[in-house]
Design a protein around this ligand. Structure first.
Ligand code: ATP
Length: 237
């Protein structure tokens, strides 16, 4: 176990019941505090990989360690360190922002900590909306609520599954600012994206996944120098 590793993903494969193999022996180490962008086309296996690491989908083989905690031998400790911001906006809720975020924290069996929730909502510019019902919020605010929910139990590693899919340019810039601030607070971030510019804008390192295989992992600068945008685009189609 590398002490500086946030995540050690080792030989993860996934074949669904349909017989379709979505991941082929994926191995990857994510460093603590880095922002890692996982880039890949539709159907490459990005969501499958994240779902496996977060315990939502069972891997066919392979292991994951989170800050050194083996994910099944030491599941509670490993899971507690992870936050997931899912792709879909399942936020047509009658609940208030405050109640929802507080509930998410409670799911981890942690004591109520109103001061902590207040800080999360303030950091995400949601404080003014704390008593609003989620269904009444704009799309941008709903995305912020999903992030607040994922942060409620104070994870050290945050997954953002296509945080800017289908959003307009203004909201995308807005999300980038939010993600940058999260990184500055010391959280390790793994985000999946189709957008090269998103990786270019924010990542420390970039991994490219196609057809269930990681075909490239590079420091962003080195990657951009080596390949240039055009060829990276070619990798993705
Ligand atoms: P996108 O960018 O479209 O979200 P992705 O890279 O996240 O794509 P996945 O959602 O992980 O890709 O899907 C990878 C492949 O696995 C796809 O071909 C998909 O059809 C298949 N797949 C996903 N979930 C299941 C499932 N429950 N049963 C069978 N096949 C599945």
């Amino acid at each position: 176990t590398a002490p500086e590793a946030a995540l050690e993903i080792d030989g993860i494969s996934k074949t669904y019941d349909t017989g379709f193999t979505a991941l082929r022996s994926v191995s990857l180490t994510i460093r603590r505090g880095e922002l890692f962008a996982l880039l890949g086309p539709n159907g490459a296996g990005k969501t499958t990989l994240i779902s496996i690491i977060c315990g939502l989908v069972r891997a066919s083989s392979g292991t994951v360690r989170v800050h050194g905690h083996h994910w099944t031998q030491d599941y509670r400790a490993a899971r507690r360190l992870i936050g997931l911001v899912p792709q879909e906006l399942t936020t047509e809720s009658f609940e208030t922002v405050w109640a929802t975020v507080t509930f998410s924290r409670g799911l981890f069996g942690l004591p109520k900590d109103p001061a902590r929730i207040e800080q999360i909502l303030k950091d995400l510019s949601l404080w003014e909306k704390r008593n609003a019902r989620i269904m009444t919020l704009s799309g941008g605010m709903k995305r912020r609520v999903l992030i607040a929910k994922a942060l409620a139990h104070e994870p050290k590693v945050l997954f953002l599954d296509e945080p800017t899919a289908g959003v307009d340019v203004e909201l995308r810039r807005d999300m980038w600012d939010v993600v940058r601030r999260l990184k500055a607070s010391g959280v390790t971030i793994i985000l999946t994206t189709h957008y090269i510019e998103e990786a270019e804008e924010m990542a420390d390192r970039v991994g490219v996944i196609t057809r269930g295989e990681i075909i490239l992992v590079e420091e962003k600068q080195a990657l951009m120098r080596k390949l240039g945008r055009k060829q990276l685009v070619l990798h993705l189609v």
